[in-house]
Design a protein around this ligand. Sequence first.
Ligand SMILES: [Zn+2]
Ligand SMILES: [Zn+2]
Ligand SMILES: [Zn+2]
Length: 263
Amino acid sequence: MRTHTFTFMGTGAGCGVPAFFCDCPACEEARAHPAARRGDCGAMVTGSSRTLIDTPPDLRGYLGREGVRAVDDLLFTHWHYDHVGGLGELEYMVQLLTKRSLPTYASPYTLASIGREFEYMMYCLDATEVQEFETVVLDGVRYTALPVTHAPGTYGYLIETDDTSLFYASDTGALPPATAERLQGVDILAMDATYWKRNEYPQSHHSVQECIEEGLALDAGKIYLTHLCMHYAEPVTLAQLNDYLQQYGGRVEAAADGLSFPI
Ligand SMILES: [Zn+2]
Ligand SMILES: [Zn+2]
Ligand SMILES: [Zn+2]
């Protein structure tokens, strides 16, 4: 019996799709078709409580869309703006509703960075440092912090229930060997696929093609592309991307904001 639900809160890279400053075909497609729109990356696991992964700038809209009344635990992948910019939204929840600091987990580097940026509201967070390869259990789900290749202190989380293993890594270049080793045969891979074809930052991101290649090499049962930019190097519309993915017969899918499934 699957007891939890995984939800992609947002699935875009940095500036979202459409970016306010961009008139590329992907952004024009997203202006015309809401299903092609993407906000900044984050995720949520729901069981008898709610665990949020990252607090992107669009967090208020995400929580409203998903009908979330309160968040119980918070994990951070890393400290870049597109993953922490909405943290301030939770100060009001703590002050007005829960009246207790929110259990928060991240690498020491990420916590230090957030502590500088959000110094005025750190009283709202009950922060715990998580070391590489350490496991935190929340609401019966195991979250193991695996190092990835991105900014200092960035983690991907191996999320395990009794039924399913899922690796969520919104921001990473090619996985470090020790991380890849832990992920062999993972059920679901939800990973960085920032670029279309031409990867301008291979040390910190994947292209769509690299994400699929690495996912297949890990023998992942299902691969969700996330942190999709659609326009950094070479624009690709969602219609074109979906056409391209047909060759994988459903094994590879572009994630979408609000997409959820049982785990
Ligand atoms: Zn664009
Ligand atoms: Zn980042
Ligand atoms: Zn990012």
